[in-house]
Design a protein around this ligand. Structure first.
Ligand code: CU
Length: 83
């Protein structure tokens, strides 16, 4: 019964969003990047996942309610150690 919340949230709510950055030396190619995106993007509270193969960096945009530890675990479960 609060339809006005939806457009307000997607328009601009920077204060409700965090960006996590992880580094993994196990990232070597686009296949690695795709594995990580697949593993992380399905987690609740995750809005966007970017993997830079050159810098071996993973950037995850999450809602404040999302658990950073669960995201780290998902990356590690996919076979990538996080530093
Ligand atoms: Cu690879």
């Amino acid at each position: 019964m609060r339809p006005e919340l939806w457009p307000a949230q997607s328009a601009d709510g920077p204060e409700s969003m965090n960006t996590l950055t992880f580094k993994s030396n196990d990232i070597h190619c686009d296949g690695c990047a795709a594995s990580i995106v697949r593993a992380v993007s399905s987690l609740s509270g995750v809005h966007d996942v970017k993997v830079d193969v050159d810098t071996k960096t993973i950037s995850v945009d999450i809602e404040e309610s999302a658990n950073p530890d669960s995201i780290k675990e998902a990356i590690e479960d996919a076979g990538f150690s996080v530093t």
